[in-house]
Design a protein around this ligand. Structure first.
Ligand code: SF4
Length: 428
């Protein structure tokens, strides 16, 4: 074989089994890092109303209304708007007992006028009584370990004694156990939602303002749940800086796996802002972890109407091949070889076919690179000669038509294949 190039192993394209060329094929094939399919970390299933979160289920999309929960009419409408936009679990804030009681009415109105929506209640500073009330009205309660038992930070403090730490740990157990018991008896879920910006003072003294401090904050609460044999838990490690949340989630998953806690992760970058950068920052954090196999539910936090978060979530999941909720368009960026107005044609094709969820459709500017780079799309619209395009089914060229008839011919081809659905016949 010296002086010749070994042919890649036919069973595993692109791989050589020749050790002289960089290692054994078996290693390559069995290493998930080199697989084109994401392997999700195994997590247990946690039910939240009609939804289930965990590695056996699609990654769930969540958001949060921004209406005041005391505004029952507004909050009900906000939840419905989010749910209709595709949000699968909706969170609302519950800062007082009055808010907790309002949730009962919101839930009832949803059931009477719309449909049940999986609801999560966010409780914060010393929220034990609030949590115990609202747990009756929602499917999941979210607590922040840094705030659930909250003492105002003392600017004069320089350390915590062992006795002080033990006393706080006891208070947490006493405060938290009733909630865990109630959630367990009602078969409801809990999110242990750590935020980088609100770690407890003793955690900051012990671990600093670090991903480790975030992880230890969550583990303290997880262990209490474990002692009470309660496992309907989802964990989050949000931070406003993507590198911090990446480190915290990765460490959290590692530590949970070491301790045998296979709880799902809820991913998010907090305070990501708005516009393009808010979306890119959220994607940088969320997609990076999802690509590593971490994360079972996501929220993109934007400083915009909450419904605007939902398409971003689904786009992230679709781009990674984790969920398919829209047509996948493959389109080249165009170049000097482009034979038609690619941007305009892509819009026309999208307008005509965007309802055909499940299909992959390519629009490519020329036949030089187009057919080879359509990434196995179901259908291709490819520039052939000036004024003529070719239509492809998979890798096969099916017909050539004048450019002016291209979009209609594409629709006709999809219809011939029995894969067309009239937009009006779709039920949402
Ligand atoms: S597919 Fe053709 S037109 Fe499109 S970018 Fe590649 S070479 Fe250019």
């Amino acid at each position: 074989m010296t002086g010749t190039l070994a042919r890649p192993d036919a069973a595993t394209p692109g791989m050589t089994s020749d050790p002289a060329q960089g290692g054994s094929g078996a290693d390559w094939a069995s290493d998930p890092r080199f697989d084109s399919v994401i392997h999700r970390r195994k997590t247990r299933s946690v039910r939240v109303g009609a939804m289930a979160i965990g590695s056996e289920h699609p990654v769930v999309v969540q958001s949060m209304i921004n209406e005041d929960t005391l505004d029952i009419e507004g909050a009900t409408a906000g939840i419905r708007r989010l749910h209709e936009a595709g949000c699968e679990i909706v969170r609302l804030t519950v800062p007082s007992l009055a808010h907790a009681k309002a949730v009962a009415e919101i839930r009832k109105r949803l059931e009477d006028t719309y449909q049940p929506v999986p609801l999560v209640a966010d409780v914060h500073h010393n929220g034990m009584k609030i949590a115990l009330e609202v747990a009756h009205h929602v499917d999941k309660v979210r607590i922040n370990p840094g705030l659930f038992v909250f003492d105002k930070p003392d600017p004069n403090r320089s350390s915590f004694s062992e006795a002080e730490l033990a006393q706080i740990a006891d208070r947490i157990v006493d405060t938290f156990e009733p909630l865990v018991s109630l959630l367990k008896s009602q078969d409801k879920a809990l999110r242990i939602g750590v935020n980088h910006g609100s770690l407890a003072e003793r955690m900051l003294f012990t671990y600093g303002d670090t991903p480790l401090g975030m992880v230890e904050s969550a583990l303290e609460f997880i262990r209490i749940c474990d002692r009470l044999d309660f496992h309907n838990i989802v964990v989050s490690m949000k931070a406003s800086r993507a590198p911090v949340m990446l480190a915290a989630y990765r460490l959290m998953a590692h530590r949970m796996d070491l301790e045998g806690f296979h709880y799902p992760l809820h991913l998010g970058v907090t305070e990501a802002g708005d516009g393009d950068y808010g979306r890119i920052k959220s994607t940088a954090g969320i997609a990076t972890l999802l690509a590593d196999g971490l994360g079972d539910t996501i929220r993109v936090s934007l400083t915009e109407a909450p419904e605007k978060e939902i398409p971003v979530c689904y786009s992230i999941l679709q781009a990674l091949g984790l969920r398919k909720t829209m047509v996948e368009y493959v389109a080249c960026p165009s170049c000097g070889r482009t034979l038609f107005n690619l941007e305009e044609v892509l819009h026309q094709v999208r307008d005509a076919t965007a309802h055909l969820t499940g299909l992959d459709i390519a629009v490519m500017g020329c036949i030089v690179n187009g057919p080879g780079e359509m990434a196995d799309a179901d259908y291709g619209y490819v520039g052939k000669t000036p004024g003529t395009i070719s239509l492809y089914r998979g890798r096969d060229e099916i017909r050539r038509v004048p450019e002016a008839e291209g979009v209609a011919a594409l629709i006709a081809l999809i219809k011939e294949d029995g894969r067309w659905v009239d937009p009006g016949s779709l039920t949402v």
